[in-house]
Write a protein that binds this ligand. Structure first.
Ligand code: GLP
Length: 288
């Protein structure tokens, strides 16, 4: 796991956006795993700026979002479909037909979960999965304790999560009790994971996820076993880390970022992880 600490929320978000931009340039047909939440808003703003001012091209990219609430139609302002269109899809040149979120309105939710997994597999698997972290350590909506091998499924949201997300709903409307989420296994099958956390309220859970024992009670701690995971933090979210001097400050990182090209796929497109035995050829070389 690579940990990068930035001085503030803005530079942390810019770092993540730059990371994504380099991946898109290196592989224009990139399959992006996308995340929602307030933490991601400045990331999407920066990607939009890169589109508008630098011509960053998303036209061949495909995307899969982590999750969606059960019972919210795509035009509901509190839905993640709506968030993604408002914050990102409608502001860049991604083809909407290539963007995917689970359908929280599906009558057969189990079939919808299977369909979503198949769609990810048919696209060749996720190249780069963007992640936030919940106050209880969840990834997507994988509420602790979360099974490491879980796949896309319906989750019952915890009181902590519903309280955390309540400000994003009108007062008259309760936060849904259930959501469809990619599973932990789905997330771990991505070739790269990129987690962003900002703000002091995340400091405790971030420290447990990065430096604590790997445990199903902090879902994000499973990222410790991902072979290519980068965590970007601001100083506030890094506040409780015990080993801060070990982590990299600033960006670009001096190391080469591991490849996400097809030829070095860690995932065989059917959700199964391939052997990592072959050394990866760096696709993106970042100078310090
Ligand atoms: C929701 C999403 C998560 C996200 C989390 C954090 O629960 N399902 O994917 O990581 O919110 O949100 P925020 O960035 O608003 O703290």
């Amino acid at each position: 796991m690579e940990v990068i600490i930035q001085s503030n929320e803005e530079t942390a978000a810019r770092t993540v956006a730059e990371f994504i931009a380099r991946a898109v340039k290196a592989k224009p047909t990139l399959v992006l795993g996308l995340a929602t939440g307030c933490t991601m808003e400045p990331v999407y703003d920066e990607l939009v700026r890169k589109r508008q001012e630098e011509g960053l091209d998303f036209s061949l990219c495909r995307s899969f979002n982590l999750d969606e609430y059960v019972g919210l139609p795509p035009d509901d302002p509190s839905s993640y479909h709506h968030f993604m269109r408002r914050r990102f899809f409608d502001r860049v040149n991604i083809d909407l037909r290539n963007t995917h979120l689970p359908d929280g309105m599906a009558t057969d939710l189990e079939a919808e979960c299977a369909r979503y997994e198949q769609l990810i597999a048919a696209s060749g698997g996720i190249d780069l999965q963007l992640l936030g972290i919940g106050l209880n350590g969840h990834l997507g909506f994988n509420e602790p304790p979360a099974a490491v091998q879980s796949r896309t499924r319906v989750e019952i949201l915890s009181p902590v999560t519903r309280a955390q997300n309540a400000p994003l709903f009108p007062k008259s409307k309760p936060v849904p009790r259930r959501a469809v989420t990619m599973g932990v296994g789905t997330i771990l099958a991505a070739r790269r994971c990129l987690l962003l956390a900002t703000g002091s309220e995340k400091a405790q859970v971030v420290a447990r996820a990065i430096e604590g024992p790997m445990t199903p009670t902090i879902t994000a701690s499973v990222l410790q076993m991902h072979p290519a995971c980068t965590v970007v933090l601001d100083e506030a979210a890094a506040g409780d880390l015990g080993n801060k001097e070990r982590y990299r400050r600033g960006f670009p990182a001096p190391t080469a970022l591991p490849a996400i090209a097809k030829s070095t796929a860690a995932n065989d497109g059917n959700g199964r992880r391939r052997s990592q035995a072959k050394p990866r050829k760096p696709l993106l070389t970042v100078k310090s």
